[in-house]
Ligand binder design. Sequence first.
Ligand code: SIN
Length: 346
Amino acid sequence: MNKKYLSKTMAALMLCTSFASFANADKPTVKIYATGGTIAGSSESNMDTTDYKAGKIGVDLLISAVPELKDFAHVIGEQIANTDSNNINQNILLKLSKAINLQLADAKTSGVVVTHGTDTLEETAFFLDLTVKSDKPVVIVGAMRPATAISADGGMNLLEAVRLASDDDAKHRGAMVVLNDRIGSAFYTTKTNSTMLDTFKATEQGYLGAFLSGEPHFYYEPTKPVDKPYFDISHVKQLPKVKILYSYQDQDPALLHAAIKDGAKGIVIAGTGNGSLSDVMLEAVKETMDKGIPVVRSTRTGNGFVTPKQEGIGSGVYNPQKAKVLLSLALAHGDNLKTIRNYFEN
Ligand code: SIN
């Protein structure tokens, strides 16, 4: 897309802002929290789907670019951040979760949508799933193509996310991920492909539902994952540091020691296979656990379960990035090693 076309597009989008600001009080209220990402990304070229800049378009423009939103909901927007999702940090997560808990307590609000970069979307979605106490839908949405691309996916994804957040059938299902016409549980869904549109999947657990002409359809009655924990973060100001290490042949424990020295209060290792580690690593894990620092052993395979362990803690269903979120919430909650082991190995 050349500069002239881009500025014309922006002007057209700005013109539409007036549509979005019309009150639509007879419809359910949906609040959109925008954090950036590709869904708010823009590029000079309409063919560019990899080298664009994420987090360029503000929430008002995102909303006004899809005037159809107002047919389904009274939409309000708030800009929480506008960044590549690799810059989402614990301050943003805590602020977002606290704001959503307050918003959903409002009787007029039917649900919330979070627009987010796809790279770390699953971490935010999982964090919200474990920290928002409401039966109302929390929908996390992104896009794989920037807003300036030919056949950009963000507009339809946003419309579907808002329709889901305003739908009574979406209650009691925890946080959900919406992309590519699919509804996934935030608990299980992960990003499985670096560039393709059909990247968000829960290979073992599947999807909760799909959209047909933008309308959500569920495959199951409301249900929740087995042993899903909840953490009250209303008084949490800081999350303890948890670091992730990656396993490979001939790994030595130098980075594990460095992480502890750097102040890590917990460690997750993306082990091989069923969370396996070399003998020297097992010894270092044992020593670390003996000092009271939890070490969770997940898997670098991208799928499957990690069974309970003697040295360290088997991660169960949690991939390394989700295990890190859960471990830091458990540490913030002041849980001891036995309780932490139960979250993962039960
Ligand atoms: C990001 O995660 O912010 C960039 C990539 C994307 O949104 O797809």
